[in-house]
Write a protein that binds this ligand. Structure first.
Ligand code: KIV
Ligand code: ZN
Length: 511
């Protein structure tokens, strides 16, 4: 059996289905390039038939990547397969991923098709795709809730029509490890093929078992694992690929199988996705969380000081977390700053560095020493502002009486047009949010508000997270600033802006 495991990243397709996440064209390209650097074998770059934005983005990624295969998703529809072909034809290694649902619940309620019709559709569309692609992956959607005899028929039909990769999606995160492993064993035993067939696992995390199920699939014979960076995706998300990659490496004694992931690019990849998705990695998240390598209790600290391996099964350096940091200060110049950016893995144009250097100086004036986290925060804040459709231009607050505050908010859109309104409220935040609501004129409910400090010290940068329901759609926003009220206002504006792009995404108008 093959001792290489293929890593198939679907951050740009299934990951982008996370509510409130909408990567821009440039971000998708940057993510794809970083994923190639990280060493994934295949990138599912999008669903080209879904919108012209998705088509163009898959096309640009296909042209840009040189070693990683670029795959596009297609329903069992010739026009979808044509869109994948047209958008990936210039890729060094193009692939297509054709899917159709196979479970009784999907057939009856969603597709309204009989099993015979589904088999006929698989045959017709996989063989159609095979005319254009050497590598065709087929997925029976909701495979884990499909009766096994019918699942075998679907898989055999796809193989006979030319599929060489069979992906078994646990679409609703319903399966458990031993059951999922057994499905792979049963399929491997039951199918016939003259070509070698690679089985692939695609797990969702509804019951928190996506990574365990993916690893169980390997024991069952799977040699391709699908997932996303930081586990982002629909509902509870997909299998977190960084966790899969590290489990395979740290427990190589057990799995005996190698991925080509460059482990020391892991943290950088996770940070990039977190920034662009606007989703902060929880502190206790395995592998990439801020606490993943810190030891709090005295007993643990004592043990680690005596012998690191008493409480650490991997080093932070293994995943690219640097622990020996040289902080910058008030006297650091442009050159030292540029070197620091490089050492932290940023590739920033000289023009953008000028603006960042100014912001660094402002922070350095306030703080004795500027840590790596401060630098990340400066860049994060600046990237955030750059990609915002609306920017906060001015915010003024005034105490009215009896706890009432009044707020005046001025925002500016990408074309420089300004919008302004004012409102009162029982406290600063309420008055600011009422004023923003008056600008956007949408039915809005604030369901969560959280402040995190992203740097150390009393003058730390604040990161405010808000979750809103706007006209029935859940959206998140993040605002970063030294001033909590400004950060709160920026987060709220960003959530409104995301609602607007989310609506455009649904209507197929991509930026
Ligand atoms: O979860 C799922 O079933 C999918 C398919 C499109 C493969 O994402
Ligand atoms: Zn999925």
């Amino acid at each position: 059996m093959e001792s290489h495991i293929q890593i198939f990243d679907t951050t740009l397709r299934d990951g982008e289905q996370t509510p409130g996440v909408n990567f821009t064209f440039d971000e998708r390209l940057k993510i794809a390039k970083q994923l190639e650097k990280w060493g994934v074998d295949v990138i599912e770059a999008g669903f080209p038939a879904s919108s012209s934005g998705s088509f163009k983005s898959v096309e640009s990624i296909a042209k840009a990547l040189t070693t990683t295969a670029v795959c596009g998703l297609a329903r069992c529809k010739k026009s979808d397969i044509d869109a994948v072909y047209e958008s990936t034809k210039l890729a060094a290694k193009p692939q297509v991923h054709v899917f159709i649902a196979t479970s009784p619940i999907h057939l009856e309620h969603k597709l309204k098709m009989s099993q015979e019709e589904v088999l006929a559709s698989i045959k017709e569309h996989v063989s159609y795709a095979k005319q254009f692609f050497e590598v065709v992956q087929f997925s029976p959607e909701d495979a884990t809730r499909t009766e096994i005899p019918f699942l075998i028929d679907c898989v055999q039909t796809a193989i006979d029509a030319g599929a060489t990769i069979i992906n078994i999606p646990d679409t609703v995160g319903f399966s458990y490890p031993t059951e999922y492993e057994q499905i792979f064993k049963t399929l491997t035993k039951s199918i016939h093929s003259e070509q070698p067939i690679v089985f692939s696992a695609h797990c969702h995390d509804d019951l928190g078992m996506a990574v365990s199920n993916s690893l169980a699939a390997i024991e069952g014979g799977a040699r391709r694992i699908e997932g996303t960076v930081n586990g982002i995706g629909e509902r509870a998300g997909n299998a977190a690929l960084e966790e899969v990659a590290l489990a395979l490496y740290v427990r190589r004694d057990h799995y005996g199988i190698e991925s080509q992931i460059k482990l020391d690019e892991t943290k950088k990849t996770s940070d990039l996705i977190s920034r662009y998705a606007g989703i902060r990695v929880p502190r206790n998240k395995a592998i990439v969380g801020q606490n993943a390598f810190s030891h709090e209790s005295g007993i643990h600290q004592d043990g680690v000081l005596k012998h690191r391996e008493t409480y650490e099964i991997m080093t932070p350096q293994l995943v690219g977390v640097s622990t020996t940091e040289l902080p910058l200060g008030k006297l650091s110049g442009k050159h030292a700053f540029a070197e620091k950016l490089k050492s932290l893995g940023y590739d920033i144009s000289t023009e953008d560095q000028i603006n960042l250097f100014k912001q660094f100086k402002e922070v350095a004036d306030k703080k004795k020493s500027v840590s790596d986290r401060d630098i990340h925060a400066i860049i994060q804040g600046s990237e955030h502002e750059q990609r915002a459709i609306y920017q906060l231009e001015n915010l003024q607050l005034q105490y009215v009486s009896k706890g009432l505050q009044s707020a005046v908010v001025v925002i500016k859109d990408k074309n420089g047009k300004t919008y302004q309104d004012s409102s009162i409220g029982t406290g600063s935040i309420v008055s600011i949010y009422n004023a923003v609501d008056r600008i956007f004129q949408r039915k809005t409910e604030l369901i969560d508000y959280r402040i995190d400090s992203i740097t150390e010290g009393a003058d730390a940068q604040a990161e405010v997270h808000v979750s809103l329901i706007i006209e029935g759609t859940p959206v998140n926003g993040i605002g970063i600033d030294h001033d909590i009220l400004q950060a709160s206002c920026k987060a709220y504006i960003e959530a409104h802006a995301k609602y607007i792009s989310e609506t455009q995404k649904k209507e197929g108008i991509h930026s």
